[in-house]
Design a protein around this ligand. Structure first.
Ligand SMILES: [Zn+2]
Length: 343
């Protein structure tokens, strides 16, 4: 039995009555990713020790606890449970729009060979249920790039369209990045988490509007995460995880603005070739990772005093203020009294 990312599982069959036999696979011991294509064959050892096997057969390990509606275009096959076809059409459009967005950052990203299967669950809880069958952690959306499939949760209601525009391009970007790294002969899993998630967050068609303020607040309070800490994983707690997404998107956008699409493609290539997170930046741009991070912070937030320092400096500033007030007062008076004064 071969499933998911190529693991092969062996086992003995049990003979049943009526020339039937069965093989039971324990998903608790060895989980399968949802919607994986499972390839299987039976081997036979005869009494004279010669061996033979059947031809490969396959089936999809689908979540068939309920029926799925289906609609597709060249990019995606939308599978959804509830809602009218107009809802699915919006999902198709979000995918097309997402690819446009992806190509503004990485122009060499191309349409996949076969449509990516997108499963829209009506709640995050149902995605978790589907994923818990395969012992994944908590998520609202999930991509299995090597299976060319994506799971998202879009609850019905007023926020539906926004969630659709956010989650579908985001999860698809992971699939497109995987296919892109395969095409250039690289390793998708070698991409730093901040770059992979940064790019996926940047192609969201309805970005989280809380991100800019979150970044400014954390920068002012000295609470930004070090970018180097986001090379291999994101924090598991929701609050720093959200900040990690916001920072990764902003940092990746900064790279795009300063080094262009060619710079970003070069960086992806270097990482996919296997260069380590901090070395990759040096190789691509000729500056250290720490320098790039500092430039991003300076360019984005300006030269702001750290909160610890500004607190200590407060009495000083008051004193300065008193001294400065006098000349300002004089200047203001002069401006008022000067007949040739100009604004
Ligand atoms: Zn993601």
């Amino acid at each position: 039995l071969k499933a998911g990312r190529g693991e092969t599982i062996h086992g003995d069959v049990t003979l049943l009555e009526g020339n039937k036999f069965e093989f039971v696979h324990d998903l608790k011991k060895t989980p399968l990713p949802p919607f994986a294509e499972v390839v299987y064959r039976f081997g036979i050892t005869y009494a004279d020790k010669t061996v033979d096997s059947t031809a490969d057969e396959s089936f999809q390990y689908a979540d068939n606890r309920s029926t799925w509606n289906q609609l597709q275009n060249k990019l995606v096959e939308i599978n959804w449970k509830d809602g009218d076809p107009g809802f699915a059409q919006q999902a198709l459009d979000a995918a097309l729009d997402g690819l446009d967005g992806a190509q503004t950052f990485l122009p060499s990203i191309s349409q996949p060979g076969s449509p990516t299967r997108v499963y829209i669950y009506p709640s995050a809880q149902e995605v978790q249920e589907a994923l818990q069958l395969a012992s994944y952690n908590w998520v609202a959306g999930h991509a299995d790039p090597w299976l060319n499939s994506v799971l998202v949760s879009i609850p019905a209601g007023t926020g539906q369209k926004t969630e659709l525009l956010r989650q579908i391009p985001h999860e698809l970007m992971h699939v497109w990045l995987y296919q892109y790294t395969e095409k250039i002969g690289g390793n998708y899993l070698a991409l730093p988490t901040w770059l992979n998630e940064g790019l996926a967050t940047l192609v969201e068609r309805a970005p989280n509007s809380a991100y800019p303020a979150l970044l400014v607040e954390n920068q002012a309070a000295g609470g930004l995460l070090r970018m180097a800490s986001l090379c291999n994983r994101f924090p598991s707690d929701p609050s720093p995880a959200i900040l990690a997404y916001a920072q990764s998107a902003a940092f990746t956008r900064y790279i795009h603005q300063n080094y262009g699409s060619s710079g970003l493609e070069k960086l992806v290539q270097i990482y996919a070739d296997g260069l380590e997170c901090e070395r990759g930046v040096e190789e691509a741009f000729g500056i250290t990772f720490a320098q790039l991070e500092q430039e991003w912070i300076t360019d984005t937030f300006g030269q702001q005093t750290q909160p610890g320092n500004s607190f200590q400096a407060t009495p000083f500033l008051i004193l300065f203020g008193v001294i400065l007030l006098i000349p300002v007062f004089v200047i203001v008076l002069r401006r008022y009294t000067s007949p040739t004064g100009q604004d």
